[in-house]
Design a protein around this ligand. Structure first.
Ligand code: FES
Ligand code: FES
Length: 154
């Protein structure tokens, strides 16, 4: 076990972790941030995407020992809440971009990573980004997802 200090959604969190634990498990089980979903658990679906120091990262394949002390981690809980939705969250609702919703936190965190880097992407850039970050949705098809990002980027 080792001590790890992380900045999670703007708050310093001091944890005792198994260095071989995956970040998704630390977030969900130790910090109770269950918005981060684990679908495949193998880095193939993007459901577990979070942002670490500005970089979209798949938490299910990131061992906590590889996360630097004082790394800034943003999860879906850090974006908005029911009373004050982030523009991406609002756009997801408006465009019906979630059905079962399991992929939604990962897609939204991935989209945030894109808009932080490129605030005015083209539709093609949005599609390419999701492909590159392996975000997969089994329910909606990808048109509403891209529509939502384009709307949030307005
Ligand atoms: Fe992490 Fe699928 S749960 S990529
Ligand atoms: Fe069900 Fe995307 S809304 S997997």
């Amino acid at each position: 076990m080792q001590e790890k200090i992380l900045i999670v959604n703007g708050f310093e969190r001091k944890l005792i972790v198994d260095p071989d634990a995956f970040l998704s498990d630390v977030l969900r089980e130790q910090l109770h941030l269950v918005g981060t979903k684990v679908g495949c658990g193998q880095g193939q679906c993007g459901a577990c995407s979070v942002i670490i120091d500005g970089k979209v990262t798949r938490a299910c394949i990131t061992k906590i020992r590889r996360v630097a002390d004082y790394a800034c981690i943003t999860t879906i809980e850090g974006l908005g809440n029911q009373a004050n939705l982030h523009p991406l969250q609002t756009a997801w609702v408006v465009h019906g971009a979630a059905q079962c919703g399991f992929c939604t936190p990962g897609f939204i965190m991935s989209a945030k990573g894109l808009l932080d880097e490129n605030p005015k992407p083209t539709r093609e850039q949005v599609r390419d980004w999701f492909q590159k970050h392996k975000n997969v949705c089994r329910c909606t098809g990808y048109i509403p997802l891209v529509d939502a990002v384009m709307d949030a980027a307005k």
